[in-house]
Design a protein. Structure first.
Length: 219
């Protein structure tokens, strides 16, 4: 899902950079306003590190891009939407700047797909569906989060004149392939969340969000 340089028109890349910057700034504002429990900082680091390692495994799909485990749902369910977005932002940015996985000009778009669409869609799906069944909620969050993120990627490259395929090709390819591969993402998400629920359910965002945390992480 990492778009390389040269696939996007600059006007589209700039629009996504602006949209992404606005959302990330809002996430930082929310985190600073509400405060973060100091115990959750190392958890965020561990989540980001695990997702970073998993995302390094890519395989090509038709249409000029690739598929891989994204982990937006895992970040959202464990860390919540705002800290989850920041964690995913760090992962995708380091991959682009250090490992060349995704282009610099496309970084805003890649962040929007994986750190924003995936994370926020997954979080709110899980929030609604977990009231009935957390396993089903985890699966749907993982599956639909990555699928909609991929569709956003398809829209961005499909609208770009520099990319040889139009949106009528890129969106179906990204949506269908990631819809299928998203089943794996969903199952992995279920496995991770179920394990944490059983062994350390207290670190899930849903178990900590109602705790009043002041600035500096103190309750």
């Amino acid at each position: 899902m990492h778009i390389p340089d040269g696939f996007l028109d600059m006007n589209i890349a700039i629009v996504y950079y602006l949209l992404t910057a606005i959302v990330i700034a809002f996430c930082i504002y929310k985190i600073k306003r509400d405060g973060v429990d100091e115990k959750r900082i190392p958890i965020a680091g561990l989540v980001a590190a695990g997702i970073f390692a998993a995302q390094m495994l890519n395989w090509p799909i038709p249409g000029g891009t690739s598929a891989h485990f994204v982990g937006g749902a895992v970040a959202a369910i464990i860390l919540g939407p705002f800290l989850g977005c920041i964690a995913m932002t760090s992962v995708v940015t380091i991959q682009a700047l250090v490992f060349g996985d995704g282009g610099i000009t496309a970084l805003g778009t890649n962040l929007f797909s994986m750190a924003i669409v995936d994370v926020f869609v997954a979080y709110y799906l899980y929030k609604v569906l977990s009231k009935k069944n957390t396993k089903i909620a985890s699966f749907i969050a993982g599956w639909l989060g990555i699928t909609l993120g991929a569709i956003n990627t398809g829209i961005a490259v499909g609208l770009s004149s520099t990319f040889k395929y139009s949106i009528t090709t890129t969106v179906p390819i990204m949506g269908i392939w990631h819809g299928v591969l998203g089943i794996i993402e969903g199952l992995i998400t279920v496995a991770i969340v179920s394990y944490i629920e059983k062994n350390r359910g207290d670190i899930l965002y849903s178990s900590t969000k109602n705790k009043k945390v002041g600035k500096g992480g103190r309750k």
